[in-house]
Design a protein around this ligand. Structure first.
Ligand code: G
Ligand code: G
Ligand code: MN
Ligand code: NA
Length: 256
């Protein structure tokens, strides 16, 4: 309870910051998207990573105001980049959503308001859902995703492959991007079996006409093998680490 109050107070006090991890077109190295990742700039502990507070925030519901802050701040920042940097106009902004935001928050209104306030274009925003949320979506969730989709925003399934989602739901939901979890990428340059599994997942995404993004790419051999499978987009330390806003802006300026 004390830590819940601390988290909520930290949102009020504006103690969170966003870092951004680029997604690249592996054929060209060009940045195609930036994923907003939250960090807590704690007055005593320094920069605290989400692994240390997201689970608690989800349990207590503090993720709802925090998630709204993340969405607003990411759209505000990205709109600023679009105004100043030519290469920023062509990229997508991706923001992680918590299941709580879908179930409890007035998400349609939040997204609509944030886009209107910041001037960030809906068709450049991608909301990342974890596979657990699309596992057995209730009618209200399907309706909400369809309403959001109608505003022009897109959806990505994050950590794909870890939630045992029935692939049937990929057909029922308006999801345009599949992010293959890093656990499926890790061994593809070391084991033929791991390669075959990743290859099948890429084929699945392609069959559903989705953009496929591989996560957690740490070595050039992994990127080469993914490209050979037909997976065009990648994210991982081999390309770029999550970085503070100023550093991402510099990267985008250099791309012009
Ligand atoms: O940033 P890091 O790279 O350590 O992220 C760890 C985890 O925290 C990831 O699974 C990521 O999806 C999650 N995460 C990071 N930022 C956010 C956020 O703004 N909202 C939610 N719900 N999860 C986030
Ligand atoms: O679950 P989600 O994909 O939203 O989380 C992003 C998390 O993955 C962040 O914590 C980020 O630091 C981490 N990450 C990004 N690229 C790599 C990578 O190449 N290797 C590993 N181990 N982690 C990564
Ligand atoms: Mn993500
Ligand atoms: Na992920």
């Amino acid at each position: 309870r004390a830590r819940d109050a601390e988290l909520r107070a930290a949102v009020e006090r504006d103690e969170f910051v966003l870092h951004y991890q680029p997604v690249v077109d592996m054929a060209t190295g060009a940045v195609t998207a930036a994923e907003a990742l939250v960090r807590w700039n704690h007055p005593e502990r320094g920069l605290v990573m989400p692994g240390e507070f997201i689970d608690l925030a989800e349990e207590t519901g503090a993720i709802v105001p925090l998630g709204e802050w993340v969405l607003r701040e990411a759209c505000r920042q990205a709109a600023e980049w679009r105004a100043e940097i030519p290469a920023a106009e062509g990229i997508w902004l991706t923001v992680n959503l918590s299941p709580q935001q879908i179930k409890k928050g007035n998400l349609l209104q939040v997204v609509t308001t944030v886009l209107a306030e910041t001037g960030f274009p809906a068709d450049r925003l991608v909301l990342e859902l974890t596979e657990h949320e699309v596992l057995e979506p209730d009618e209200a969730t399907v309706a909400l995703l369809e309403q959001l989709c109608a505003t022009g925003v897109s959806f990505a399934v994050d950590d794909f492959g870890t939630g045992h989602a029935a692939i049937n739901y990929l057909r029922a939901l308006p999801v345009q991007v599949l992010k293959i979890d890093r656990s499926f990428v890790a061994g593809i340059d070391e084991s033929e079996e791991e390669y075959a599994i990743a290859d099948a997942v890429v084929a699945l995404g392609t069959a559903f006409a989705m953009h496929v993004v591989a996560e957690g790419i740490e070595r050039p051999t992994q990127a080469e093998r993914l490209l050979a499978m037909g997976c065009r987009y990648g994210q991982g330390f081999h390309f770029h680490r999550p970085q503070p806003p100023a550093q991402l802006a510099e990267l985008l300026r250099g791309a012009a």
